[in-house]
Design a protein around this ligand. Structure first.
Ligand code: 5AD
Ligand code: SF4
Length: 493
């Protein structure tokens, strides 16, 4: 699995996601004016939520070394592209961006200013030195496991090195070498608890770019959660490529599973909501299902990718589950938490996929019914078994299947949203909306909800009545404060 951020057939949708993570504001500009020696740092995140989290940590690492975050590449002394390698398009976008940065770097050089260009993340891990050969403006390439060494890498550039490469999987734990999360985060914060994957689905690069499965210890996760809550977070999304395979050291010679971790996090005062992504059906154990039954703070939304509804394709994908076991699992989860909203990932046109295999996927979607989902055309990734299979599917067939699947998934998403009309639900206000006096929050089911409300309510939970529904968002009216004092009603417990 792979945690997702954007609802788009192209996960590589580029956004300056760093801005969302830590908004650039007036104070930072003033800070820079007050400290003329401070360098400006722009980080652009591609792909998944873990990259957004990592980008924030990179800024944390460089902050004490004289770098301040800015919201665009113009005027930046250092630009880091934190990249995604999941599909071909995702990788190619990095090279287009490097083309644009080249002009910027050359213009600054004419003005006598240096610009460090760095490529980080999964493309860096997979392509390493090749990146510098293809884009000579790149000064630095480093993978997802080495960004704690950034100050050292920057020092090497400052001393005159032109090409710094660090794509090891170091023995030391990256997380041990990262200082405590510093600055206050957004109301809804990400927290990486697990990285890497040992599942080796035959289409996926993650086991190669992120490495073997690794879980952070219980005490480290609890400490970071507390700091995020102290800094203003009210909702935490626990991240991992295989998040429900979490088995963090419990400090007593054993391990803690994700269900138990959610129980421990639930005890943190001020933390109102817990989510996690992305899960593998194989690792959805009783402890976690019971946590969904028992914990009001654990939100009734679950991203549980199946990829295909055909048993033959699931087997060639090496998914270690079949359509029937997945459906049985969904039944157990729904028995534990009847209102849970389900989401999934689908790949169409995996090698060997027949018309019947694809019909099986449509049938599974009709049987399960999703609140929303992501779907992609299969993209052969070099080095993965799928790329060498001889039964590759024609692009036109993939496109046609994707359109049919997305039409069905959209229908289900609209139906799910419409069913919310005229109901009441708790909304956590996260940020100002597009219009004056409007805030945007999230429902328990992860829908965006637009509500007329004053800005000081950002960071609070309120009970809202849904009065209008669109395919991608809801509109609500305030009914009154809920929050910690009235959580039971907010979550229907
Ligand atoms: N081609 C298309 N989609 C892919 N995904 C992962 N690898 C590929 C690939 N090679 C999708 C899967 C995964 C999601 C994050 O991206 O559906 O769950
Ligand atoms: Fe998920 Fe499979 Fe990729 Fe692992 S190999 S991250 S389980 S899709």
């Amino acid at each position: 699995m792979w945690p997702l951020l954007v609802k788009s057939a192209d996960l590589a949708h580029i956004g300056a996601l760093f801005c969302k993570y830590r908004p650039f504001d007036q104070d930072m500009t003033q800070d820079l004016q007050n400290k003329p020696n401070e360098r400006r740092l722009f980080i652009k995140s591609y792909g998944c939520q873990m990259n957004v989290y990592d980008s924030g940590r990179m800024a944390d690492v460089l902050g004490p070394h004289g770098f301040a975050a800015v919201e665009g590449p113009e005027g930046a002394d250092m630009v880091i592209l934190n990249t995604c390698h999941i599909r071909e398009k995702a990788s190619e976008k990095v090279y287009s961006e490097l083309g644009r940065l080249r002009a910027l770097k050359e213009k600054r050089a004419r003005d006598g200013k240096d610009t460090i260009i760095a490529v980080a993340g999964c493309v860096a891990q997979a392509e390493g030195e090749e990146i510098m050969a293809r884009a000579p403006i790149v000064d630095m390439v480093f993978g997802p496991q080495t960004y704690h060494r950034l100050p050292e890498m920057v020092a090497r550039i400052d001393q005159g090195e032109t090409h710094v490469l660090d794509t090891d999987f170091p023995v030391e734990d990256k997380f041990d070498n990262l200082s405590a999360v510093g600055a206050p985060r957004t109301v809804a914060a990400f927290l990486t608890i697990q990285e890497g994957c040992d599942k080796f689905c035959t289409f996926c690069v993650v086991p190669y770019t992120r490495g073997a499965e690794f879980s952070r210890s219980l005490s480290r996760v609890l400490d970071e959660a507390q700091r995020l809550v102290d800094g203003g977070a009210r909702e935490l999304t626990l991240l991992g490529q295989n998040v429900n395979a979490y088995h963090g050291d419990n400090g007593k010679g054993g391990t803690t599973d994700l269900g138990e971790l959610c129980r421990r996090l639930s005890e943190i005062e001020g933390l109102e909501r817990i989510r996690y992504t992305t899960s593998h059906p194989r690792d959805m154990d009783d402890s976690l299902i019971e946590a969904h039954r028992d914990l009001p703070k654990l939100m009734p939304y679950l991203h549980l990718p199946i990829q295909s509804g055909s048993n033959a394709i699931l087997q060639t994908m090496n998914r270690q589950h079949n359509a029937k076991t997945y459906i049985k699992l969904v039944e157990r989860i729904r028995a534990a938490r009847p209102d849970i909203a389900l989401s999934s990932d689908f790949i169409v046109g995996f090698p060997g996929e027949t018309d019947q295999d694809f019909e099986d996927t449509l049938a599974l979607v009709r049987e399960v019914t999703y609140a929303q989902a992501y779907s992609f055309k299969y993209s052969p990734r070099p080095g993965t078994p799928g790329a060498d299979m001889e039964t590759q599917i024609d692009e036109a067939v993939k496109s046609e299947r994707l359109a049919r699947l997305q039409a069905l998934l959209n229908e289900q998403q609209i139906a799910f949203n419409e069913a919310c009309n005229a109901t009441r639900m708790s909304v956590l206000f996260e940020k100002p909306g597009r219009f004056d006096g409007q805030l945007i929050g999230r429902s328990p089911y992860l829908q965006s909800v637009h509500v007329e409300a004053p800005e000081h309510l950002i960071g609070t939970l309120e009970e809202v009545e849904i009065v209008a529904v669109k395919p991608n968002s809801l509109t609500g009216h305030r009914l009154g404060a809920t929050g910690s004092a009235a959580k039971a009603s907010a979550h229907g417990a």
